[in-house]
Design a protein. Structure first.
Length: 259
């Protein structure tokens, strides 16, 4: 077992039984891999009371599976109200900010299998990269189950991100990312995006600071309908990205860091 440690935020908002299934798989696979000591923080983002109770039970059940091995741990943190995925991720990190060599987040709905989390986590101790991102690319034998609408919407968004930020990432919105603590800690207090733009804010801030990143193809099973409206939401997303770029450039200029 690697001596380096990993703090992982798992945002959860009314996930119901999906979080339970994901954490069960996460705990079972944990005992089969040589991966860093990991603290996973399930951050309940203001879910309904019945859903919050299910989330808490899911954490208890996962710890019951982990306890015999005595290495990894799952914690539960509840927000009083819904603040957004980005805010939940940051809350999980900040709850144990001094305890990690790496930080990560992973969606708790099971679209990205637990085995993929541990596959990437096991490679962290020897990784030369500062940022390791899962990427929903159909290559290297990976399997992607995703509707055509989701795929097109994702490519439209990725194109907009590349045009505005020049990050060179195929998939900025994959819900599984790892960050070297020495790279993340300096920017953590300055992160402001509370919802889905946190991914882009993180990658843009770290890219600007000179961090080296890598994308690794992962399996994904993202079935079910999307809540996005084609065209309308694309325009909204683009305007949100423009505002984010404007804010970051203003902050970098204020700090004398405009490239």
């Amino acid at each position: 077992m690697s001596a380096c440690s990993l703090v992982t935020s798992i945002p959860a908002y009314n996930e119901g039984t999906r979080l339970f299934a994901f954490l069960q798989d996460w705990a079972r696979v944990a005992s089969t891999v040589d991966a860093p000591k990991t603290i996973a923080v399930v951050v309940d983002d203001g879910s309904r009371a019945d859903q919050a109770a299910q989330h808490a039970k899911a954490v208890e059940a996962a710890n019951a599976l982990l306890r015999p091995h005595g290495t990894h741990e799952v914690r539960y943190l509840r927000a009083d109200r819904n603040q957004g995925k980005g805010a939940a991720i940051r809350s999980g990190w900040n709850s144990c900010v001094s305890d990690a060599d790496w930080f990560a987040f992973v969606d708790g709905d099971g679209a990205l299998p637990a085995r993929e989390f541990w596959r990437l986590a096991a490679a962290l101790p020897g990784s030369p990269a500062d940022v390791v991102c899962g990427s929903r690319m159909k290559m290297a034998g990976r399997t992607i189950e995703r509707s055509m609408f989701r795929h097109i919407q994702g490519r439209v968004f990725a194109t907009a991100v590349d045009e505005l930020f020049h990050l060179g990432h195929y998939d900025t919105q994959c819900g599984m990312k790892f960050f070297r603590a020495t790279s993340l800690r300096p920017i953590l207090p300055s992160l402001k995006e509370d919802r889905w733009l946190l991914d882009v804010e993180l990658l843009a801030q770290l890219h600007h600071a000179g961090a080296q990143s890598v994308e690794i193809p992962v399996d994904c099973d993202q079935r079910g309908p999307s809540s996005l409206v084609f065209g309308v939401d694309s325009a909204r997303m683009f305007m949100s990205l423009v505002r984010l770029r404007r804010r970051l450039r203003a902050e970098w200029a204020l700090n004398g860091r405009v490239s």
